[in-house]
Design a binder for this molecule. Structure first.
Ligand code: ADP
Ligand code: MG
Length: 243
């Protein structure tokens, strides 16, 4: 097969023949443990996410949502199948390449916020930029812009314990966006928030997906989030349910 005829190659994209999705998940399998005690968390999950889409991932507790997000984000390695992020097959990467991809191309938002307690809001948002050795002035500008984007201007110096849950999740979203990731992964981001705060956080996610041009996959039970998404996927027993 020549370079120019490969689907998803530059030539094919330029011709408008194929749009490589931002995310392609193919027949993903994962289990924990071995033998009779093995838990099959993913049993052949397949789907794609287009560029700029906000996709909600629903499914009851234990259906495999967190496992799936971990595989997509390169936090764990699937036992079968493939994750292709923006044309890059994660299984083809070395450990250091995977680390770089995780750092530079993926933003994570967790249910429990995951902020560093001794750092201020601004310092937390700046962590991914420091890891990338961004120039301090550019870093400070980006941090200020992100805090404004999530509505936290004026809260720069506060530590996580001095912020409400909703504010902490806003800081976490700003941090996840710091490196302009290709893909934002959020695992039940409103799970620890009351309904009104959860809705505000979801609306923020909706807004940043538009304004930052990011693509997002958000695991949630929250019916309010389901309404704001472009599309919904449902995991049932480790596979994406039809329809
Ligand atoms: P969800 O996020 O939808 O609740 P999970 O991906 O956390 O689902 O879990 C899917 C299945 O895998 C469940 O049966 C769960 O108990 C099991 N599981 C998840 N993580 C582990 C682990 N580290 N060790 C063993 N079993 C696990
Ligand atoms: Mg989970």
């Amino acid at each position: 097969m020549t370079e120019n005829t490969r689907p998803g190659s530059g030539a094919a994209l330029a011709a408008g023949a194929v749009e490589e999705p931002m995310l392609r998940v193919e027949d993903l399998h994962h289990s924990y443990g071995t033998g009779a005690a093995a838990v099959h968390a993913l049993r052949g999950a397949s789907f794609t996410v287009r560029r700029g889409e906000l996709v909600a991932l629903k499914g009851r507790s234990g259906s495999g949502k967190t496992t799936l997000l971990h595989m997509i984000g390169g936090l764990d390695v699937p036992r079968g199948g493939r994750v292709v992020l923006d044309g890059t097959d994660l299984s083809a990467l070395s450990e250091s390449e995977l680390l770089e991809l995780r750092r530079d191309r993926i933003g994570f938002v967790f249910q429990s916020f995951g902020l560093i307690p001794i750092l201020s809001a601004a310092e937390n948002v700046g962590v991914p930029l420091r890891l990338r050795r961004a120039e301090p002035r550019a870093r400070d500008e980006r941090v200020a812009l992100l805090l404004a984007l999530v509505g936290l201007t004026g809260h720069e110096a506060q530590r996580p314990a001095e912020l409400s849950g909703g504010q902490q999740q806003r800081v976490a979203i700003a941090r996840a966006l710091a490196n302009r990731p290709a893909l934002l992964l959020a695992d039940e981001p409103t799970g620890q928030l009351d309904a009104a705060t959860g809705l505000a956080v979801m609306e923020l996610l909706r807004a940043v997906v538009r304004s930052e041009g990011v693509t997002a996959l958000v695991a949630t039970h929250d019916p309010q989030l389901l309404d704001l998404a472009d599309r919904m996927l449902e995991l049932r027993d480790g596979v994406v349910a039809p329809g």
